[in-house]
Ligand binder design. Structure first.
Ligand SMILES: [Zn+2]
Length: 421
């Protein structure tokens, strides 16, 4: 563990979006004080009014009424302060598919090029108020997410805390480019049988993965149906090895059987998840498995297709799946699948959650307290003494209108203790 004495303030001046970086505006050891008319309370559903937040190095020291503060370093006036947001499903090594197809990126773009883009995307993500991301697969860029996270640690670039999953694991023959052609390098690590599954988990953890991502179902072959990939026993072997190495597992799964097997095997989160039956949703609830619905990526893919053709049905399926999960009491966290769409546009996930039936407070919780819990990061997600959550200053009340998350005036993120790698 090492503390970085980074203190920076990025301020976006309206109407011209001009990020202002003060690094380090405040000396490393001196407490910094920030006043805001409204600061999100620990309950996540109410505001503490006229408050001064004091930070030092990488932590919140106190949250107190402004009258108690002798003077402040920065007064934001009528503004709303929330803890830094968390996105549990990003791909910083991908650019939006309408700019360049997934196939072309994986086949033709070098890892070096993709890392340089990733650094830019990381900064955009941070400036949108997202201080931590779980990056769920480099899609053919090897262990570049680990390298990117290390570069951010070194302050070579600015960005969120990264929880990398490295290559991701998929059944051989089920992932592009050219699933049926073994000569073509794939966008994930392809395996078959328990021995290869276990070896892949070990390799990825050795390479720096803090999470294991597995595809519990996928298309079989280039044009085949979406169906479960691994047997329950194989998924159990994967989860057991990950658990032995103290790494939680995230499962891409869209079919009922794929989701069911992943949940029974012991994964922590289901990604996408729209196809779960009532019985499987109950199973998720019983096993405290969290759903990351990736609504924003789904919307983007339909938009790229011109909102026409059979693909449009995906919109309703995702919406209905999400609503059924909510009604079943499944816990939902923010996982947007950014990379399919623009990095920095991550808040779209929360806007869709509200459009599909969550309250703004529930959606905000999905990207703060709930996401922090999934990461096992007790220091993220709430503004309270001892937290290292980052502070986001907004020009509007997100509990009144979730779209106010787009009105980022400042992101205050002090030096950060990264997870050990
Ligand atoms: Zn993804």
């Amino acid at each position: 563990m090492r503390a970085l004495s980074q203190v920076f303030l990025t301020q976006i001046l309206s109407p011209v979006l001009l990020p202002l970086l003060l690094t380090p505006a405040l000396s490393a050891q001196r407490p910094a004080t920030w006043r805001c008319a409204h600061v999100l309370a620990e309950d996540g559903v109410s505001w503490r009014d006229d408050v001064v937040v004091t930070t030092i190095l990488d932590g919140v020291v106190s949250v107190q009424p402004a009258a108690d503060a002798a003077g402040v370093d920065r007064d934001f006036g009528e503004a709303w302060m929330i803890p830094g947001l968390i996105d549990l499903h990003t791909h910083l090594l991908l650019r939006p598919y309408d700019e360049r197809s997934w196939n072309d990126q994986v086949l033709h773009d070098s890892a070096e090029l993709r890392v340089l883009r990733g650094a830019k995307y990381a900064e955009r993500t941070l400036l949108a108020g997202f201080v931590a991301v779980r990056d769920l697969g480099t899609e053919g860029a090897g262990f570049a997410d680990v390298a990117l996270g290390a570069a951010l640690d070194e302050l070579v670039a600015r960005g969120p805390r990264i929880y990398p999953a490295t290559r991701a694991i998929v059944l051989r023959g089920c992932y592009g480019p050219a699933p049926d052609d073994p000569k073509v390098i794939k966008g994930a690590q392809t395996v078959a049988g328990v021995d290869e599954i276990v070896a892949a988990v070990r390799e990825q953890v050795a390479g720096g993965a803090l999470w294991i991502k597995v595809y519990a179902d996928y298309r079989h072959g280039a044009d085949g149906p979406v169906a479960p990939t691994f047997s329950l026993e194989e998924l159990q072997a994967l989860c057991a090895e990950a658990q032995r190495l103290e790494r939680p597992v995230a499962a891409h799964a869209t079919t009922d059987e794929g989701i069911r097997r992943a949940v029974l095997a012991g994964v922590r989160t289901i990604e996408h998840g729209a196809g779960a039956s009532e019985a499987t949703l109950q199973l998720m609830r019983e096993h405290s498995v969290v759903l990351c619905p990736c609504l924003a990526a789904n919307e983007a893919i339909v938009e790229y297709a011109g909102r026409k053709g059979p693909i449009v049905s995906r919109l309703n399926a995702a919406k209905v799946g999400f609503q059924r999960a909510l009604a079943a009491g499944v816990e939902v966290a923010c996982g947007s699948d950014a990379g399919v769409f623009d990095h920095g546009d991550n808040a779209r996930e929360l806007e869709l959650m509200v459009e599909y039936g969550m309250t703004p407070a529930q959606a905000l919780r999905a990207a703060t307290a709930t996401a922090a819990k999934v990461l096992g990061a007790g220091d993220l997600g709430t503004i309270r003494p001892g937290a290292r959550c980052g502070l986001v200053v907004l020009g509007g009340d997100p509990l009144a209108d979730i779209r106010n998350l787009r009105k980022v005036r400042a992101v205050i993120r002090e030096g950060d203790e990264r997870a050990p790698r």
